[in-house]
Design a protein around this ligand. Structure first.
Ligand code: 5AD
Ligand code: SF4
Length: 496
């Protein structure tokens, strides 16, 4: 195993080493099948001295990609003989699967790692680990070695399949075991997974991002775009359908770029192929980029009956100068035109977005352009963020004259506008009957079920848990800003 501690200590770990800037190249990443026999042979853990099993707990931060990586790592740990724990105190391995997109998430993780240190005195076998996007950052690697040496393992986003070997090495080492590959060496198929949900499942179709938006750390932490082979995606979806899953979310940083590196298939074609899988119910996908959102793709979404009417389409800003400085490759006019095309082809589509306020150089007038775009598009929902400078990204070097107070004020004003729009759009559904796929019980009231419409609206209604995984028709009685409350009108069995 390559231990990078020495390199990091000597300051010779180069951030971005091996990353290739630019657009599309043939996929050089080799596809390999995971060797589960090797895992069982070489990395099975025994039992604790008192005969009880070793237990793990993974704390996940950030996006759905991370949530899904956690399912993969949980699968590996179960195959090693660990069991899942839901409390820090009873865990023998606590792993932070981290997000690096904004600074406050990083600060939270370090706070938690500090808080957990005393547990090591209570349980000398306890191992602490850090993985995910933060682990890819040179600054974080140094910080762990210098300030948090009680962290036992650090591994990167390209090293997930190596978890059993890394953990086994950490058990035998007094020092932090650090394995962070700067770029993906392989796409590993057939890793065991433990899925959190029994109705909805995530399926990776693509890893990494080539877009290099100037504020974003993802191309550095997740590497260059790599598409999974369509056969592997289809096989995984088929297995999920056979296992009874109702909703499949195809995951990638830029799903509409799927296949560009393979040269044999487009995302539109993949959607059609997944749509044709026998017994498939709902198909979602995230995240889309306005760039390369082709007419072909719009037609596929419109025509595939199982592909739902929801597109998450991050715009980031409504001002062309800011978009240019963000390296977003789309303009306000292009985005609005795209929205029009989408709405024409898919009339009841729900559109959601991501927006950053307070990007360096954002004037009040530029911010007003964002507000006017939000009013014009009428998004169903928007995820809004204050710009957070990320080390080694181009925008971190841009002069930033906007004060934090101003940024907070812009965020508040933007949210005020969006909340009103979300509420108005939800109120338009009052009295309407919507089709809901039941996900389970509400966390706060066991007599209330939660589910989603095809358009991804969260719906709460009284009902029995036996409806989980089924489609029900719900009349919307009390629309709110972030959810719809209603009453079940009749029940429809879905034959899978
Ligand atoms: N600061 C604030 N928000 C960011 N995002 C990505 N990078 C940053 C950053 N440096 C937001 C973008 C992206 C979403 C996942 O996170 O809006 O679409
Ligand atoms: Fe980040 Fe831009 Fe890639 Fe999205 S498209 S992951 S914002 S670099």
């Amino acid at each position: 195993m390559e231990n990078l501690v020495k390199l990091a200590r000597e300051g010779r770990l180069e951030q971005g080493l091996g990353l290739t800037f630019g657009t599309h190249r043939p996929n050089p990443v080799e596809r390999v099948a995971y060797d589960i026999e090797e895992l069982v042979r070489d990395y099975r853990v025994g039992r604790r001295a008192d005969g009880s099993p070793y237990r793990f707990l993974i704390k996940t931060y950030g996006c759905q990609m991370n949530e899904h990586d956690t399912e993969v790592m949980a699968g590996l740990l179960l195959a090693m003989g660990y069991e899942q724990s839901d409390s820090d105190e009873f865990a023998d391995f606590i792993l932070f699967n981290t997000c690096a997109v904004r600074e406050n998430a990083e600060a939270k993780v370090f706070g938690e790692i500090g808080r957990l240190r005393p547990l090591k005195a209570k349980n000398p076998e306890l191992l602490l680990g850090l993985c995910g996007c933060m682990a890819q950052e040179q600054g974080v690697q140094k910080m762990v070695l210098e300030k948090f040496p009680w962290v036992d393992v650090v591994f990167g986003t390209h090293n997930i399949h190596r978890l059993p070997a890394i953990l086994t090495a950490a058990k035998q080492s007094q020092e932090t075991v650090m394995e962070v590959w700067e770029k993906a060496a392989e796409t590993v198929e057939d890793i065991p997974k433990v899925r959190k949900d029994s109705v909805r499942a995530w399926v990776n179709i693509q890893y990494g991002c080539n877009k290099f938006c100037t504020y974003c750390i993802v191309p550095y932490t997740r590497g260059r775009e790599r598409s999974r082979e369509p056969e592997d995606v289809i096989k995984e979806v088929r297995e999920l359908v056979a296992a009874g899953y109702k909703e499949i979310t195809l995951l990638g940083q830029n799903v509409n770029d799927y296949g560009v590196d393979l040269g044999t298939i487009t995302f539109a074609q993949l959607l059609r192929a997944v749509n044709d899988i026998e017994g498939i119910d709902r198909i979602r996908f995230t995240t889309s980029n306005p760039w390369n959102f082709t007419d072909d793709l719009i037609a596929a979404i419109a025509e595939c009956e199982h592909v739902v009417e929801h597109i998450h389409l991050p715009v980031q800003s409504g001002n062309n100068e800011i978009l240019r400085r963000m390296n977003r490759t789309h303009t306000r006019e292009y985005y609005l035109q795209l929205v029009n095309k989408i709405r024409k082809a898919i009339p009841n589509v729900s559109l959601t977005t991501d927006i950053i306020v307070g990007f360096p150089g954002e004037t009040e007038a530029a911010f007003q352009d964002t507000l006017s775009l939000v009013r014009e598009v009428q998004f169903d929902n928007a995820f809004t963020f204050i710009y957070s400078p990320r080390e080694n990204t181009p925008a971190a070097k841009f002069a930033d004259e906007v004060t934090l107070e101003e940024k907070k004020d812009r965020l508040r004003r933007l949210n005020d506008v969006q909340y009103q729009i979300s509420l108005a759009r939800n109120q338009a559904l009052k009295g309407r009957v919507v089709e809901v796929l039941v996900e389970g019980e509400s966390k706060t009231n066991r007599e209330v079920l939660t589910g989603r419409t095809r358009t991804n609206h969260l719906v709460l209604f009284p009902g029995d848990i036996s409806l989980k995984g089924q489609h029900v028709d719900v009349e919307i009685t009390h629309p709110q800003t972030f959810l719809l409350k209603g009453q079940c009108v009749y029940r429809e069995e879905v034959v899978s």
